[in-house]
Design a protein around this ligand. Structure first.
Ligand code: FE2
Length: 419
């Protein structure tokens, strides 16, 4: 097993897969609790790029199973435009071209810009690529670095961020991450919090895309959805789920034989990363359940010794906020996590940092009476990192403290809704 390094922050975690070295780093950074005020729309952090119809909200994600492809996505705000990416290993050359697709959507009274997704594949490992999108005076140039080949000894550093939003605290998180040396982000759901605005204002999806572009245009963010992406609003005539998220954020789900962009897997360096959807069906015989059963069998620890699972709602959580919300997924999947010796399970949703010992509760059922988790060397470490900075503030009320300490004889409750 490779060594593992953490930069455990109050807002994001850095996970370093290091060849033969076990290292731990804990940051002294502590973010402020309040105010969690959204940055105004005219903030410089949301600035639109120069030039008519210039590509904006640029973001890339892994485009295949093994890291030799990226999906490059962007929005042209004013009118349709070619979904073309020009790229090269040499700066200013751009002698290769990939062709993508374009889509858009409406949500109540909001009409999105033109959203482009372009797969760039056949890349070499460990290589810097430059790319250009847009034309003429509106063209924009970026770059990204491909990961090392899949290998038991491949070192890599992931950032883990969840529940980011677009407040001044979100800005603090992103700025801190940009200085961290992370090479790719594992995002555990709840992106823009646009659903907190009247009519789920899509303008806040656009501002969020521009806000995170300073990282997402240059390195892949491995996306997962949260409850704020569901956006089920029958009162507005919006009865499909995850509509803005699915239009805006591509995932390479077909490469891992998934039938849905909501759950999938990628392999990167020495890690096999499984993305699970907390808000899609996962009980026995559902597509997600059947896919995960197969995907776990495809894990090859000789090539990817790190097995990492991402979900939104944590399976273990000692906070009052969202207590037990991950219990149904725990009942469905914990047995497999122990059987296949998952190393780490990252979740968001609860706006706090929390890390478990290696424990499992797989013997629990209605009649066993084994209510409490026990130490289990085959079990994952569970890490919650939902304090990315969104407008709902921090979770701070411990369910263990509030339910076991008599105090005034009544149980404390969470002070504000948060997710
Ligand atoms: Fe959430």
């Amino acid at each position: 097993m490779r060594g593992l390094g953490f930069a455990a922050l109050s807002l994001h975690v850095l996970l370093c897969l290091v060849n033969g070295v076990s290292s731990r780093r804990t940051s002294s950074y502590v973010r402020s609790e309040f105010p969690s005020t959204d940055m105004p729309l005219d903030s410089e952090w949301f600035a639109t790029p120069k030039g008519y119809n210039a590509p904006q909200q640029v973001h890339i994600t892994q485009g295949d199973y093994d890291g030799k492809a990226v999906i490059i996505s962007w929005v042209t705000p004013s009118e349709p435009a070619p979904s073309q990416v020009f790229y090269s290993k040499e700066e200013n050359r751009y002698d290769q071209k990939a062709e993508g697709t374009m889509t858009n959507y409406t949500f109540y009274d909001y009409k999105s810009g033109y959203i482009h997704h372009c797969l760039v594949d056949g890349l070499q490992y460990n290589t810097k690529y430059y790319y250009k999108i847009g034309t003429g005076d509106s063209a924009r140039e970026f770059w990204f670095q491909t990961p090392p080949a899949i290998d038991i000894d491949a070192s890599y550093t992931f950032g883990i961020i969840g529940d980011l939003g677009q407040t001044f605290n979100s800005l603090s998180t992103l700025q801190h991450y940009l200085k961290s040396g992370g090479e790719s982000v594992l995002f555990v759901g709840d992106l823009s919090y646009a659903d907190r605005y009247q009519h789920n204002d899509g303008i806040r999806w656009d501002s969020w895309g521009r806000f995170v572009e300073r990282s997402t245009a240059y390195q892949p963010w491995i996306w997962n959805s949260g409850n704020h992406e569901i956006e089920y609003r029958p009162d507005l005539g919006e009865t499909s789920t995850f509509k803005p998220y699915l239009h805006r954020y591509s995932t390479p789900y077909l490469a891992s034989k998934s039938s849905s962009p909501m759950w999938y897997a990628v392999r990167r360096a020495s890690a096999h990363i499984i993305v699970l959807s907390s808000y899609s069906p996962f009980v026995k015989y559902t597509p997600q359940w059947m896919w995960l059963k197969g995907e776990l069998k495809r894990v090859d620890r000789e090539k990817t010794p790190w097995l990492i699972v991402l979900m939104h709602a944590p399976m273990y959580n000692s906070n009052d906020a969202h207590f037990m919300e991950g219990e149904s997924m725990r009942a469905a999947f914990e047995k497999w996590f122990v059987k296949y010796k998952v190393d780490l399970v990252f979740a968001g949703h609860v706006h706090a940092y929390e890390r478990s010992y290696r424990i499992s509760n797989i013997n629990y059922n209605v009649t066993s009476g084994n209510r409490y988790p026990v130490p289990d060397k085959s079990a994952p470490v569970y890490i919650t990192v939902g304090d990315g900075g969104n407008q709902e503030g921090l979770a701070w009320s411990s369910v263990i403290r509030s339910r076991t300490t008599p105090r005034s004889g009544r149980r404390a409750t969470a002070t504000r809704p948060c997710s």
